[in-house]
Write a protein of this length. Structure first.
Length: 278
């Protein structure tokens, strides 16, 4: 009797377990070659990806481009597909994946004809993540570095002109962040910290639109610290570069109240601001 029960149990296990085992076998092929279509010509896969791109089906485009790399690794088609996959990720808003794909491409093919394009997609992916000046500016710094790389390594490429514009924009953004923090310290009467921020705007970003205000704020903060010579220099540089500015008028009045006038006493502020805006 017991032997019969064991045989019956084995039958039920076979009946019940069969579909489970079958399901497990079916699941196991996912992500393997068996789960894909038979190998297809690289050109066909690539063109299919382009078709998906034109239709705005970026997820499908990425899959097609990645299939080129999987089925035909280290070929010219695979190289081109890596760039297009990065671009599709960028267009879909998946900036992290786009950055990873670009970095991989630039590591493998730094001297290829598409390297400038990969570098541009990298910069654009960072630029798309730039936040307002009240937020962290890590993406802005990465965008600046990536775009500067284009202007240095690929100055004659079709992406260089836009990269230069993005360099100007990101530098202005970073200067704006310094101004935002500097004003915060100034309002709290933490004058040393404020001076450091305004100094950085004038010395590191002298070509930006923020340098004018930064010089006037330096007059305010330095006077509050009793640093008369530094305040005079900031006012003199401000007057030299922006003689008709309201910021200069305000700085001049601040000095007059102390019975002093603008005077360039030299130093880093003088050199950076005059050279930067000349």
């Amino acid at each position: 009797m017991r032997s019969r029960r064991l045989r019956m149990a084995a039958v039920w296990v076979a009946i019940i377990g069969g579909p489970v085992l079958l399901s497990a076998c079916q699941h196991s092929v996912e992500g393997t070659a068996a789960a894909y279509e038979d190998e297809q010509p690289a050109g066909s896969l690539y063109n299919r990806g382009l078709g998906y791109m034109n239709a705005g089906k970026y997820g499908d485009a990425i899959k097609s481009f990645n299939e080129v790399d999987r089925q035909h690794p280290y070929t010219e088609w695979a190289r081109k597909s890596m760039v297009m996959s990065a671009f599709a990720s960028y267009r879909s808003g998946d900036f992290d994946t786009a950055v990873q794909a670009c970095n991989r491409y630039l590591t493998l093919y730094p001297g290829s004809s598409e390297a400038a394009y990969a570098q541009y997609i990298l910069g654009q992916s960072y630029f798309a993540q730039v936040k307002d000046v009240t937020r962290d500016q890590a993406a802005t710094r990465r965008a600046l570095a990536a775009m500067e790389e284009i202007t240095v390594r690929y100055p004659d490429s079709e992406y260089a002109a836009d990269a230069r514009k993005k360099v100007i924009a990101t530098r202005d953004q970073l200067a704006g962040k310094e101004m935002q923090v500097g004003r915060y310290y100034l309002e709290r009467r933490e004058y040393v910290a404020a001076v450091n921020r305004f100094d950085s705007v004038v010395t590191e970003y002298p070509e930006t639109r923020h340098v004018e205000e930064a010089l006037e704020r330096l007059v305010e903060a330095n006077l509050a610290l009793g640093l008369v010579r530094e305040a005079q220099t900031a006012a003199a540089v401000l007057g030299h570069n922006f003689p008709n500015s309201q910021w200069y008028k305000d700085a001049y009045q601040l000095l007059q109240k102390k019975g002093i006038s603008p005077q360039d006493n030299g130093g880093a502020i003088s050199e950076a601001a005059i050279v930067g805006t000349s």
